[in-house]
Design a protein around this ligand. Structure first.
Ligand code: ZN
Length: 367
């Protein structure tokens, strides 16, 4: 038997995947095309759909010590409550992130765009140790006592943050000015000039829609990740498309706060790269996993969204928005961030991915 080669047959199309060493796809195609490969370990999953590992383009794993909780209806009050319960002790931050990583893994996710509150480097350390790839964004808050810390982080970042794209599946460091209502334009400009991945929260609530115009200059400086954009006007779509901004829609978090009419399909038609994210665990309805799979399910069930488009948003769009080689979250030959499997009914003629989105099963890791 060839060392480390596995031939997986499953209910999807293409139905056969040949992998080597658990992290490299040698071929994916019809079983007849690939042949028997007798020297490979054979894995038959006739009632499972195998998918590439998922990418969560916006999360806050350092809030994973807070369980899902109901929303009282006052966003400022809610945010205040979260800030008060945010842990600041290094060991407690590490423990919260480790729980977040466990839940992320349970959600079939190998790559994240994680916001490190307080510009802490602990989440990056924990993500690296766990082999989770993506970007750890040091969060900058430009008001009150936090402003000094934000300026220090910016000054240090230019010197020590490794620039350039991450290795396939690796973790890099980035910067995240929190939002236009906590960071002034100068802070945004300074962050955008440093050659590391950048993300921000944008237009999460209706009264922030003007902040897209206010940030236009910075958006046009370089492609960045804009989390949420729950509210936008027609002219903003052209701006975001031209700027190469990746919008990260967090459907369950948006629904939790009552923002239910996101323009994600209009954005995609306008040429904007739209990815999926979860935001923090307190806004989610799945205490045992953190996964954009459940956000795909919400959009499929609520909006009748196209399953293939949803998978693209949860893999390729998210990975490229984070500055990674999107090939690691496809079934194309080459390195792969991981493979997951989900139960389907092989006798059901409905598209297996649509079946997955109709059901609530947790993913299982295949490699
Ligand atoms: Zn967020």
């Amino acid at each position: 038997m060839a060392p480390g080669r596995t031939l997986i047959r499953h209910a999807g199309d293409p139905a056969a995947i040949l992998i080597e060493g658990g992290d490299r796809i040698l071929a994916a195609g019809q079983p007849a095309q690939i042949g028997a490969v007798p020297d490979a370990r054979q894995v038959h999953l006739p009632d499972m759909l195998v998918l590439p590992a998922l990418v969560n383009a916006h999360c806050h794993l350092d809030l994973s010590h807070l369980d899902p909780e109901p929303y009282g209806g006052d966003f400022a009050l809610w945010l205040d409550g979260i800030r008060r319960r945010r842990v600041v002790d290094d060991e407690l931050i590490a423990a919260a992130v480790r729980r977040g990583i466990e839940l992320t893994r349970a959600g079939g996710t190998a790559i994240v765009g994680d916001i490190a509150g307080g510009a802490s480097e602990i989440p990056a350390r924990e993500l690296r140790a766990a082999g989770i790839g993506g970007v750890s964004y040091l969060e900058l808050i430009g008001v009150g006592n936090s402003r000094c810390r934000a300026l220090e982080t910016l000054d240090a970042a230019a010197a020590w943050l490794p620039s350039g794209p991450a290795d396939p599946g690796g973790l890099s460091m980035g910067l995240s000015p929190h939002a236009p209502y906590t960071c002034d334009l100068d802070l945004y400009r300074r962050a955008a000039r440093i050659d590391v991945p950048m993300a921000t929260h944008l237009a999460e609530t209706p009264d922030e829609v003007e902040s897209i115009d206010a940030l236009a200059e910075v958006l046009c400086m370089r492609p960045i990740i804009a989390a949420h954009v729950n509210y936008s006007r027609e002219e903003h779509l052209d701006l975001l498309a031209r700027a190469g901004t990746t919008v990260v829609y967090c459907p369950r978090a948006a629904a939790y706060f009552g923002h239910s009419s996101h323009g994600y399909r209009r954005m995609i038609r306008a040429g904007i790269n739209v990815a999926l994210g979860t935001d923090g665990l307190p806004c989610l309805d799945t205490p045992d996993r953190i996964s954009v799979l459940d956000d795909m399910r919400l959009l499929y069930r609520r909006d009748g969204a196209d399953p293939a488009m949803l998978l693209h948003m949860a893999t390729v769009a998210a990975a490229s928005g984070l500055g990674l080689d999107a090939g690691v979250v496809t079934l194309a030959p080459g390195p792969v961030a991981g493979l997951i499997a989900l139960p389907v009914d092989p006798l059901d003629r409905c598209d297996p991915l649509a079946q997955v989105l109709r059901r609530d099963d947790a993913p299982r890791w295949v490699s």
